[in-house]
Write a protein that binds this ligand. Structure first.
Ligand code: AMP
Length: 433
């Protein structure tokens, strides 16, 4: 199959060829014709499947046929959970749309609003936005939706995890009823299906990765180790294996900073990326990591979500995530586009329950290797595979709201790098509204 056979216009095909893409990925092969036909789409696809081009290419095709956007109007709106993802989607729009006379813009929190208002003044064909900042702009009359033709929710599951459900509902209520809707999500939980019910009409359903399975081309194993020994073990692994580009996950922002300092002290160029870092610092850290100037990037889950780093060979879980699904997201950072990758987890005895949750979710036990000199004093119990599905938790009564969602991912994390709108609470809120 070729991109040309999917019905895309010549200027888009040229841009695709320039990118070196030869054949459409499975999600592209399914989504592109459906979107061009004007159908609603609900797609289960993780980062790394080519989903961004899957919606951007047909979107550009469609928009190139209609009337340009008028003052402050937007013709297609892409909502993303984080600033990084917004920036990456906007970059894709610019790359694939370079031969078309369409205008695009990206807006997110944490930076000045005025330049964003100026950009929107003449109208844009495609706007990529995080929900909080978009609502701010709308409330200041900087953006209008009378001309809106297409709504895209990217990484819808993560948007719900981060507590954006109310913002999303508010935004949807402001859009014209007659529009095309595309929804992309790594997983299709009941919450996502509930959101989808009120959003998409008779959608084409696409699934390119079975739910909650990990990529098969990622080699995974764990090193049981005492908590205190983790930094020393990590340093040794990086040096001994000569890992040149390693993405390390830390559960907390504080932990990410501390580990970065430790690595630097041990002659490993490192940078941290999390919600307390300024946008500039995060962009710089990512650029340095991509260029090779930084060897180890230490990230919290929310900050790392959606990072587009090609062919990342090595992921390390310095801490296991609190939510087992995040393990799948984390290791999705490696082994992309047919390349093989390795995902190593340093697991201490306290994390046994988290490990069991992960093994139950992915349906297999992770092989264990003890590194010489790092034999743990606190033994990590043997895991047994329990494949019974988890009982759904009863929704708890919500605590007082009071979280400001305006700033994209920053506001989704509290000072511990922990999401105060974790799933249980969110469900309760969603039910009440
Ligand atoms: P995504 O899943 O949208 O984050 O895309 C993952 C990566 O795959 C990006 O770096 C794209 O540049 C790349 N990509 C997207 N489509 C194709 C394709 N058809 N062939 C080769 N690479 C692609």
């Amino acid at each position: 199959m070729t991109f040309a056979s999917l019905g895309l216009a010549a200027p888009i095909l040229e841009a695709v060829t320039e990118q070196g893409y030869k054949t459409p990925s499975p999600i592209q092969a399914q989504a592109i014709p459906a979107v061009i036909e004007g159908k609603d789409v609900m797609a289960a696809a993780q980062t790394g499947t080519g989903k961004t081009a899957g919606f951007t290419l047909p979107l550009l095709h469609k928009l190139s046929e209609g009337q340009p956007a008028q003052g402050n109007q937007v013709r297609a709106l892409v909502l993303t959970p984080t600033r990084e993802l917004a920036a990456q989607v906007a970059e894709s729009v610019a790359t694939y749309g370079k031969n078309l006379p369409l205008k695009s813009a990206v807006v997110f929190g944490g930076v000045k609003i005025n330049p964003q208002m100026m950009k929107l003044r003449k109208g844009v064909d495609i706007l990529v936005a995080t929900p909080g900042r978009l609502l701010d702009l709308y409330n200041q009359n900087a953006v209008k939706f009378n001309q809106l033709e297409v709504l895209i929710l990217d990484e819808a599951d993560r948007m719900l995890d981060m507590g954006f459900i109310h913002d999303i509902k508010k935004i949807i209520a402001k859009l014209p009823k007659n529009r095309q809707n595309l929804m992309f999500s790594a997983t299709f939980s009941d919450e996502i299906r509930t959101l989808a019910k009120g959003l998409v009409n008779n959608p084409v359903e696409i699934s390119v990765t079975p739910r909650n399975t990990t990529a098969t081309n990622v080699e995974q194993w764990i090193h049981p180790v005492d908590k205190k020994q983790k930094p020393a073990l990590l340093t040794q692994l990086i040096h001994e294996n000569k890992w040149q580009q390693v993405l390390i996950f830390s559960k907390t922002k504080h932990g990410a900073n501390k580990l970065t300092k430790f690595l630097e002290a041990n002659k490993i160029k490192a940078a941290a990326i999390h919600g307390n870092k300024s946008q500039g610092a995060r962009t710089r850290a990512l650029a340095d990591f991509k260029s090779g100037a930084v060897r180890a990037l230490v990230a919290t889950d929310i900050a790392a979500r959606g990072l587009d780093i090609d062919q990342l060979p090595q992921v390390v879980n310095f801490d296991l995530p609190n939510v087992a699904e995040d393990y799948v997201h984390r290791i999705g950072r490696t082994g992309r586009a047919g390349a093989t990758g390795q995902a190593v987890s340093l697991v201490c005895a306290d994390e046994f329950k988290l490990l069991s949750d992960i093994e139950r979710l992915i349906g297999k036990l992770l092989p264990r290797t003890i590194v010489d000199d790092f034999d743990p004093i606190h033994t990590l119990p043997e895991s047994r595979l329990n494949l019974r599905p988890k009982k759904p938790k009863k929704p708890k009564k919500p605590k007082k709201p009071g979280v400001d969602h305006k700033d994209g991912q920053r506001s989704g994390e509290n000072s511990q790098g922990h999401n105060p709108w974790a799933k249980g609470k969110l469900k309760a809120r969603a039910k009440k509204s």
